[in-house]
Structure formats: structure tokens, C-alpha cells
Design a protein around this ligand. Structure first.
Ligand SMILES: [Zn+2]
Length: 96
């Protein structure tokens, strides 16, 4: 059985999308801006509150941790990091 995957290099990761689970609206930010931009705490489209179980709410700490992790992994030159995604034909069927 063949396996189809997509690999995305960490260096290719340039934009992060925050997608509202209520209405599907997306807010995008460049990876370099993760630390500096004011981050959304609710959907600008429908007002749905974004919450994090870890922090009790979207806190700057979560964005700082993400920015630090990306920056730290990119600084390691002895290997490369890839995100592996299943190809469309490997994803489980969803019911709608
Ligand atoms: Zn929304």
C-alpha cells in the first residue's frame, strides 16, 4: 500500500493562520510578526472568544513560546525540520 504525504520545511513556514472554529474566518500573520503584533483574543468577524485551556485564554506567552520554538529550531543547522501532512487521498472521509 502506497502512502502519500506532503512535507513542509520549517523554513517554508512563512504565514500562520488563526481560523475561527465558529465562523471559519481567518486572521493571518507572518511568522516574524508572531512576537510583535497584537494578537486576536476574539474573532474579528463574529466575536467568538478564543480561549486556551493551557493559559485560560490567549496569552502573549503562547505566541512567545511559538515564536521561540520556531526560531530555536531554525537555528539548528545540523538537521532540518519538516511538517508531514497526509495527502488528500489519505485523509479520512468526513461527513457533511
Ligand atoms: Zn468567527
Amino acid at each position: 500500500m502506497s502512502e502519500y504525504i506532503r512535507r513542509i520545511l520549517l523554513d517554508e513556514l512563512s504565514t500562520i493562520r488563526i481560523v475561527c472554529k465558529s465562523c471559519g474566518a481567518a486572521h493571518e500573520m507572518k511568522v516574524e510578526q508572531v512576537r510583535s503584533l497584537p494578537h486576536p483574543t476574539k474573532c474579528v468577524c463574529c466575536g467568538f472568544e478564543f480561549r486556551s485551556a493551557m493559559f485560560g485564554g490567549i496569552e502573549p506567552d503562547a505566541y512567545d513560546m511559538l515564536a521561540s520554538a520556531i526560531q530555536g529550531l531554525k537555528a539548528i543547522r545540523q538537521c532540518r525540520f519538516e511538517f508531514v501532512l497526509p495527502a488528500e487521498e489519505d485523509k479520512p472521509a468526513t461527513q457533511s
